[in-house]
Design a protein around this ligand. Structure first.
Ligand code: COA
Length: 168
């Protein structure tokens, strides 16, 4: 699936990410204020690998647009070595556009795409720190449940929370 159109006035249009989207996506990643410089570097690499369709890459990368402006990004892919498990690696929404269901629509889009690829389980990792409370709430609202809490994973006192959702 390449496009997804809603008919409301502030319609969200989801399409495959292109190399030309790089600056807009990285601006959004930065603007969230959620990510350390090293994480932003990783976002750069992941975005480019996906957008350039590098051989062997299993990243699937989509942007959400409102009125032709990029307002969000999601990157997911089959987890190597598993049968039907997929990871959502990145999801970000422009802070000015948050709480308008752009993130939920990106996630629903990914779930539909994953189902089509016969995916059965989606895993998302995030931080257990205070700052990520809204993010964890977002996953829970989208029917992801906490599958594991790896204590002190990112740093002392900063756990890794692993969310999962079984697709029906
Ligand atoms: C997490 C994120 C992608 C959510 O995108 P979004 O478009 O704002 O989310 P939605 O509008 O679809 O939210 C759906 C529900 O999730 C919950 N939620 C979302 N953002 C929330 C917040 N800041 N505080 C509390 N609950 C929140 C709410 O229940 C919301 O429904 P409601 O607005 O009707 O109450 C976005 O906030 C973001 O980019 N955060 C920073 C980056 C990040 O944490 N990415 C994930 C890295 S692992």
């Amino acid at each position: 699936m390449d496009t997804h159109m809603l008919t409301t006035p502030n319609a969200v249009h989801i399409r495959k990410a292109k190399v030309a989207d790089h600056p807009a996506v990285i601006d959004i990643v930065r603007a969230t204020g959620f990510f350390r410089p090293t994480e932003i570097e990783i976002a750069f690499e992941v975005f480019d690998e996906a957008a350039m369709n590098k051989r062997g890459s299993n990243y699937r990368s989509y942007v959400a647009e409102v009125a032709d402006q990029v307002v969000g990004w999601i990157c997911f892919g089959a987890t190597p070595g598993t049968l039907g498990t997929f990871d959502v690696y990145w999801i970000v929404v422009d802070p000015a556009r948050q709480r308008h269901r752009v993130g939920s629509q990106l996630l629903e889009f990914a779930e539909t795409d994953i189902r089509k690829q016969k995916g059965r389980l989606i895993v998302i990792e995030t931080s257990g720190s205070e700052r990520y409370l809204p993010t964890r709430n977002f996953y829970e609202q989208n029917a992801y449940h906490l599958a594991a809490d790896v204590k002190d994973f990112y740093a002392p006192g900063d756990d890794k929370w692993i969310f999962a959702k079984k697709l029906s």
